[in-house]
Design a binder for this molecule. Structure first.
Ligand SMILES: NC(=O)c1ccc[n+]([C@@H]2O[C@H](COP(=O)([O-])OP(=O)(O)OC[C@H]3O[C@@H](n4cnc5c(N)ncnc54)[C@H](O)[C@@H]3O)[C@@H](O)[C@H]2O)c1
Ligand SMILES: O=C(O)[C@H](O)COP(=O)(O)O
Length: 306
């Protein structure tokens, strides 16, 4: 009978991934976020949040002894305000890279190859061919050269695009520009892809002034957080600019919001992450984090608190 720290996890099948050492001496409780959290959670030391359910954060205020909270999302903007400053927070960095990058590529290709138009034509049984755009040779400004940004860059390069990555700080060896260069880079960008977290520095990053720096016909893609774009300013520029957005501000987008009907805007409802790759990758991350926790080792993916 394990007597070590108590942990609350969302999966009941971790033994299959962890092998014979499971449960590493830990006392494991399971809550997948669908019913009520178990009673008496006072001594839970590590909580892995359930993913993709409305009640994901519900056990948090019943865990006075929690020392570590592990999210399976990449973004921690909703979580950080809910946990005390001394609690270690780790995220799901890496779990969503392939899925989110694939979705970014799908949005870009859909916009470049005008797929929404062909779907409308097919609905109308209309055969109306014309010359469409391409991704090859396009200059793509990739704002957010992190885990997902790297996965997007690899896919764009396979499509023969010219990728110009931007991060908080320059990394000259990797050709990554600092965000301070953004105003200088925007006028040459035919496509700009945003994949930055929601922070005080990224809110309104693409505001009216910066959108105006983009050339006519440029495509704005956002798979990070909606807050990075001034939505009203984008609506005002629709027609001159195009956009393909998986994340918007606000979410969910109200039915009467002008973004829905603005010209040249393709919207998906925050579905880039997750996908079929998620369940096995998430279980492997949780097992590795619990193994480290039980061994007293530092966890991976720990967030630097602001
Ligand atoms: N649409 C979705 O379903 C979905 C899925 C997964 C992640 N996301 C979002 O994508 C974000 C990025 O995920 P990640 O795993 O690549 O994170 P990451 O931490 O690996 O990379 C973030 C990148 O953003 C850059 N950055 C941060 N602040 C910046 C600023 N002010 N200016 C310029 N660059 C800045 C960092 O330098 C880094 O390169 C997440 O925080 C999440 O909000 C969305
Ligand atoms: O659940 C989500 O929001 C996405 O699938 C992935 O998480 P993130 O957007 O918080 O990174």
């Amino acid at each position: 009978m394990p007597t070590g720290d108590r942990v609350l996890v969302p999966f009941d099948d971790l033994a299959e991934v962890a092998g014979p050492e499971w449960p590493f001496g830990l006392r494991v409780d399971v809550w997948d976020g669908t019913g009520d959290p178990p009673a008496d959670l006072d001594d839970v030391a590590l909580h892995v949040l359930p993913y993709g359910v409305p009640r994901a954060y519900e056990a948090l205020d019943r865990l006075p002894g929690v020392r570590i909270v592990q999210s399976l999302r990449a973004g921690v903007d909703e979580l950080l305000p809910l946990v005390g400053p001394d609690v270690v927070v780790a995220n799901g960095r890496g779990l969503h890279d392939a899925s989110t990058a694939e979705h970014a590529l799908a949005l870009i290709l859909a916009a470049q190859r005008e797929l929404p138009r062909w779907v409308r034509d097919q609905d109308a049984r209309r055969w109306d061919p014309h010359f469409v755009g391409s991704l090859a040779d396009r200059r793509v400004l990739l704002v957010g050269a992190g885990a997902i940004g790297g996965a997007i860059a690899r896919r764009l390069e396979a499509c023969e695009a010219q990728v110009v990555p931007v991060a908080r700080r320059a990394r000259p060896d990797e050709g990554v520009h600092a965000i301070d260069d953004l105003d200088r880079l925007l006028p040459d960008a035919e496509i700009v892809v945003l994949v930055v977290p929601d922070t005080a520095d990224t809110r309104g990053l693409l505001d009216a002034r910066r959108l105006a720096l983009l050339p006519d016909g440029a495509l704005v893609v956002n798979v990070g957080r909606g807050s990075a774009i001034d939505t009203a300013a984008l609506v005002a520029e629709a027609g001159r600019l195009r956009a393909a957005l998986d994340v918007v501000d606000p979410e969910p987008l109200p039915a009467d919001h002008p973004l829905w009907t603005a010209p040249g805007i393709l919207i998906t409802p925050h579905v880039a992450g997750g996908s079929a790759t998620f369940p096995p990758r998430a279980r492997r991350l949780v097992v590795e984090q619990l193994r480290r926790f039980a061994a007293g080792q530092p966890l991976a993916n720990v967030i630097e608190r602001p």
